[in-house]
Ligand binder design. Sequence first.
Ligand SMILES: [Cu+2]
Length: 393
Amino acid sequence: MGFKQLIDSKKMLSLLAVLMLTGTNMVMAQAAATATEEKPGVDWLSVSYYILLFVLACIAVAVVGKILRVYDLSQKIQGKAGINWNTVMAVLFIGFLLAGLAGVYWSFTVHGNMILPGAASLHGVKIDAMFWTTTSITMVVFVLTQILLFTFVFIYKYSPKRRAYFLPHNNTIEKVWTIAPAIVLTVLVIFGFFTWQEVTNSADAKGEPASINVDITGEQFAWNLRYPGPDGLLGKKNYKLISGANKLGIDFNDKNSLDDLKADTMVIPVNKSVRLNISSKDIIHSVYMPHFRVQLNAVPGLPTFFKFTPTVTTEQMRNKLENPEFEYLVYCNKICGASHYNMQKVVRVVSEAEYAQWLAKQQPYLTPALRTELKLAEVSNNNNSTKRLALNN
Ligand SMILES: [Cu+2]
């Protein structure tokens, strides 16, 4: 049975009547439900209501279509030209182009306001330059191709006076659309390659110590921070040593570990290079600090690092954004499980003096409970570095 026989006008009308009855019932039931109590969860009544509205809108379009068809046929019967559907379609294409361009403009003005402020790190400026170059080039190409596409459809709509030209092959066109994008993409890729090389090829890669060494370890669903103590060196870690008290598996046979500090907030001094030593205890996480243009995966078993220099203090950024509540944050940028969104910590960029003050107040990683667990009482009494740490506290 064909589609046309299946849906005749009688069936359509009865279907419409049924839908309208159901809709009225739903609206009334909805009103009654809101009058009594608000139930949490998905409101299926309003979902069905919107589906019904959509179906009604479709029917309205179909009805308008039928009316136009009848009008068209009556015009033709009278020997008149009727509706020129080619022109209608061509005008609709131009309408679609204008609506699309207006949408692009709206997206740029509305969502453009939500864009991150300028980079708050030294290398971030280069990343921003790369981002804006790529965005500008692709934007110009996008707007031009869309305008050409839709305008050509409008200009070259069907006309009985014109014959279509059959173009089976043209080497020049093939060359242009192969070589031009290839050149542009090569430039963009090389630009990106050199930028990334500059960002990562820091002094640290050549073995020089960074100003500040911070350990950041991801786990479901938190970031753990460890700062070096007065000796300026972080002790070794070993996943086999992870226990309830030794959450990061720090190896206390390594003397550098004894004065290491734990921290809840990542406090870093402005204009000093910071080396983040990144690792993960369980699955792949990702250290993501959008304001500093920093992102690098934290992969279990693969210690890695990212070096950056913050250039704008939290206070300066608060003034710039006119938001006294503003805080830099370090997020996890891998969807690592149900509470992934919890993985964030405050990052505070302060002056060097404030940083020294803050660091002096931090608690050692080696807590009394951990000392007992590791039977480290004797070591602590005789160890110089912990005595110095005691002075700090
Ligand atoms: Cu994560």
